[in-house]
Ligand binder design. Sequence first.
Ligand code: GUN
Length: 297
Amino acid sequence: MQILNGNQVAKIIKEQISENVKKLNEKGYRNPHLTAILVGNDGASKTYVNSKEADCKQVGFNSSVFRFEQDITEDFLIEKIKEINQNPEIDGLIVQLPLPKHISELKVTQTINPEKDVDGFHSMNLGKLMKGEDTFIPATPFGILMMLEIYNINTSGKHCVVVGRSNIVGRPMSILMSQNSKFGNCTVTICHSRTQNLEKYLKEADIIIAALGKPEFVKANMVKEGAIVIDVGITRVEDKNNEKGYVLKGDVDFENVKNVVSAITPVPGGVGPLTRIGLLKNTYKSYLKSQNIEGFE
Ligand code: GUN
């Protein structure tokens, strides 16, 4: 059984990006720049945005964060996004989700310039992804693809069961796994909260991608022997014994499932660090394009 170590993969990719940025600086190019907008006080969102800033620093990117109160208007946020869209010094813009209920996530994501949409949430970018065109792959699916590639996991012809149909993870992931590409070519089943007999599908899967947001939902008896399990879940579960007051749990009962599978991602330290790399890679890609840089990947 192999543990798919996201931290290790993230370290390798960060070093590659960082070296390239240094070389480009030496050639006189400015640093890539990622901007995040954070609205309100959600604890997990704050943590994510702080981590993204730290990642940027590590690889030599500039980063900036606009922090706004929970009660800002949708119009105010839209105007701010339009300003950033116009700013030639900024390569990537993300608006951390979820947003307060009075602000339309759809309207907000559609306002971001698709060329700076490093989350890949704009319909134009999701449309390109569906057609197999070059685009910004949403960070988590992108991170999972990198993991499959680095561990050279053979996916061709395998039955991949994706649990969860969100626009951020499940749905793009299902499309990517079915695509005619080296780390695709799967037969894909997409399951969700209304799926009847979910356990039957899980048990038939060669590859499970669990993104349903229910801590330790996937148990050892639901998984086929030798399957590959990618756990996207990351839920804060109250734990008074822990100094933070919570522990992070994935969607998979890792301790028991690991004894059945051929490979599995842990939580934390699996998909999470790679999601953040997905964002860095997209920002870097946007930067190469905006600065007309050729010969770098
Ligand atoms: N909230 C949870 N995941 C994400 C993400 O990948 N991007 C943004 N912008 N918000 C999120």
